[in-house]
Design a protein around this ligand. Structure first.
Ligand SMILES: C[S@@+](CC[C@H](N)C(=O)[O-])C[C@H]1O[C@@H](n2cnc3c(N)ncnc32)[C@H](O)[C@@H]1O
Length: 255
């Protein structure tokens, strides 16, 4: 009998279809199904949720909101969000592949599911959620970038927001921030500890970075949202989150 080679998450090129395959793959942990080795996420979710709530405070202060989670995956974070929504009498519309959504619970009066690839299914999301008071899209934007035009994503997200609504597009790998970090002594020490190598890490500059989100992409997305009537902010993550040294959060707020 031939055994299947183990999945190497570090080298997988993931997009929406790639995550569908991971969701169907037996024998993977919930973190592995969303593309993370367990060590990247295990135990960090309460701190991640606390940061999301700090940036979307109406989640904890209000009741009866329409919440949308684009790309919830199937690990602890969406389950904790569903619990919070049940406690605050919010509804939460979960937007992901049918395979991923099947791994999340259905909670009467709380969860709604809008399967499909956002923003292509924006009309279905709007039909399920109405106007959103809080929209979360955490650790997903770099995959949406593979499949879609990010300006279409911003246009569809802004169109979903209710007056006073906020969208947190969180945990975005920012290639420029990563380069800035690894150019410091702290970044070099981090690299030595991570790789076990004593060789200096030479940070490449002035080279094309196809498919990577950088400062320019993020500024462009902010200006797109601002031109459509939203305030837009680029925010840091607390230092205790696992990838805070190279990731940014983008907050869009409809006045
Ligand atoms: C890295 S996981 C993040 C899961 C979750 N937000 C978290 O942080 O625990 C990315 C998720 O986004 C979903 N996804 C990727 N592209 C998407 C798209 N265009 N529309 C909806 N979901 C998408 C994937 O299926 C996967 O579940």
């Amino acid at each position: 009998m031939t055994s299947r080679p183990a999945l190497d998450l570090a080298t997988l090129e993931l997009d929406y279809e790639g995550f569908r395959r991971l969701a169907r793959e037996p024998g993977l942990s919930a973190h592995e199904k969303i593309g993370f080795p367990d060590s990247y996420r295990e135990g960090f979710e309460p701190a991640i949720l606390a940061d999301i709530v700090a940036k979307l405070p109406r989640l904890a202060s209000d009741e009866g909101l329409s919440v949308v989670d684009i790309g919830p995956g199937c690990a602890a974070l969406p389950r904790m969000l569903i619990d919070l929504c049940r406690d605050r009498r919010h509804t939460i519309t979960l937007v992901d592949s049918p395979e991923m959504l099947a791994l999340l619970p259905d909670v009467a009066g709380v969860t709604r599911k809008a399967p499909g690839l956002f923003p292509k299914n924006a009309a279905e999301v709007r039909a399920a959620a109405g106007r959103a008071d809080a929209l979360i899209c955490y650790s997903v934007l770099h995959y949406i970038y593979v499949d879609c035009n990010l300006f279409d994503f911003v246009d569809a997200t802004v169109a979903l927001l209710a007056p006073g609504g906020r969208a947190l597009i969180g945990d975005i790998p920012n290639h420029s921030k990563r380069r800035r970090f690894f150019a410091t002594e702290g970044g070099q020490a981090f690299h030595r500890a991570f790789t076990g190598s004593t060789e200096p890490y030479v940070v490449p500059h002035d080279t094309p970075v196809p498919g990577k989100i950088d400062d320019a992409v993020l500024m462009g997305l902010m200006q797109r949202a601002q031109a459509a009537g939203c305030d837009a902010y680029l925010l840091p993550q607390p230092a205790d989150l696992p990838m805070a040294n190279r990731r940014d959060d983008l907050l869009l707020a409809r006045p």
